[in-house]
Design a protein around this ligand. Structure first.
Ligand code: IPM
Ligand code: MG
Length: 400
């Protein structure tokens, strides 16, 4: 039997959640507009090394970043620095996903490049604190998780705009357990939250010559929240009459991504948080797995770029951390360089990554001593960045 007082307590808890969201929506509606990086001097980039293999791959990613932005750093246009304290030990000691002083420091940088951080789960030696990725997305209002997936040979060229602050994630730590038998979590979708992510997807399509935007929901079953997301999508679509639109349910969408004919038709996809989490892992698999992808977490004031794989504590325990692959974090660095206004340099870095990782493969990383170290691989990559034949070699690879 669930007793009456447990229900009363749950009601009060729900009232508090609603009040907090009402406040959040008001704040969101009056939030400042997009930051203009071209007007900043310096643009401040913070490196968050993270846990496990994080510090090892972050050191290599930072080296590449400094190399790519050498001139700007010299001129004082870009400033790069490491932010300490976002480690599982420090987070556990404070019992917080992001300790207050670390968050305060993070907020001094407009852009961060983050290594993988450990997310404790039940049974781990750490307290069950919230994922630090999810906390950063909420704290800095990084509402768009942008994940490109490209496999030119298979005609795949997708870009996912995953809403990053709402849906089941928003109230993930605030569910209700009623007695032993009943557990309830809350799914949250807001109109302004859906508006800004859909708008970003359409703007991207328009600026990049993409002709179609696809929305993915489960609005046939999850009627209220997904219904609102889908309705908002079609409302925004009216402002972009030159762009074709369609929408799919998440179940059939996961199937269509493996349909070799059909999947080429998808271009820009926009979707709520959890469906985006799942579908982008599936999509990254066609490109070589989540280890090959970087992700951009973008908000109007802040942006955070990250590797999408985990912190691989086992590699560290077995003394193999120096053999960890820094590619995914360097891909994230390329997205960062693009985001702050240097798209040509970002493209160059991506070409070098493709050549070293997929084409020439003079050094191969296996994660073990029979492969290259992350440092040697990065030296190899920088050699290619210095090579005047970079562009033509990459074009030959893509055509091959
Ligand atoms: C991702 C990850 C995170 C998420 C985890 C680590 C909380 O899977 O970035 O996709 O679910 O968003
Ligand atoms: Mg994920």
């Amino acid at each position: 039997m669930i007793d009456r007082s447990a229900i009363e307590k749950a009601k009060e808890h729900f009232v508090q959640l609603l009040e907090a969201q009402a406040k959040r929506v008001e704040k969101l509606k009056s939030a400042p507009d997009w930051i203009d990086y071209s007007k900043l001097s310096p643009i401040k980039i913070g490196i968050l090394p993270g846990d496990g293999i994080g510090p090892f791959i972050a050191a290599e990613a930072e080296r590449v970043l400094r190399f790519m932005l050498e001139e700007e750093i010299k001129k004082g246009k870009v400033y790069i620095n490491t932010i300490e304290g976002l480690t599982i030990e420090n987070r556990a000691a404070h019992g917080k996903a992001i300790p207050d002083d670390v968050l305060e420091e993070i907020k001094k940088y407009q852009v961060t490049l983050k290594g993988p951080t450990t997310t404790p789960r039940k049974g781990d030696p750490w307290p069950n604190i919230e994922s630090c990725n999810v906390a950063m997305r909420k704290e800095l209002d990084l509402f768009a998780n942008v994940r490109p997936v490209r496999v030119p040979k298979q005609g795949i060229d997708w870009i996912f705009f995953r809403e990053n602050t709402e849906d089941l994630y928003a109230l993930g730590p605030y569910g209700i357990q009623l007695g032993e038998d009943i557990a309830i979590d809350f799914k949250l979708i807001t109109a302004p939250g859906s508006d800004r992510i859909c708008r970003m997807a359409f703007d991207y399509a328009k600026r990049n010559g993409r002709t179609k935007v696809t929305c993915v929901t489960k609005a046939n079953v999850v009627k209220t929240t997904d219904g609102l997301f889908l309705e908002t999508f079609y409302k925004i679509a009216k402002e972009y009459p030159e762009i074709q639109v369609d929408d799919w349910y998440i179940d059939i969408m996961t199937a269509k991504l493996v349909d070799e004919k059909r999947r080429r038709e998808f271009q820009v996809l926009v979707l709520p948080n959890l469906y985006g989490d799942i579908l982008t892992d599936e999509a990254a698999e066609f490109q070589g797995g989540v280890g090959t992808a970087g992700a951009a977490n973008i908000g109007k004031q802040y942006a955070m770029f990250e590797a999408i794989h985990g912190s691989a504590p086992r590699m560290v325990m077995e003394g193999r951390a120096q053999y960890a692959d820094p590619s995914s974090m360097i891909r994230a660095a390329a997205m960062l360089i693009n985001h702050i206004g240097y798209p040509e340099r970002a493209k160059k870095l991506e070409m070098a990554l493709d050549i070293c990782g997929q084409y020439e493969k003079k050094l191969v990383i296996t994660g073990r001593p029979n492969g290259a170290t992350g440092k040697a691989f990065t030296d190899y990559l920088i050699d290619w960045l210095n090579n005047p034949k970079l562009q033509e070699t990459w074009e030959a690879y893509v055509k091959a």
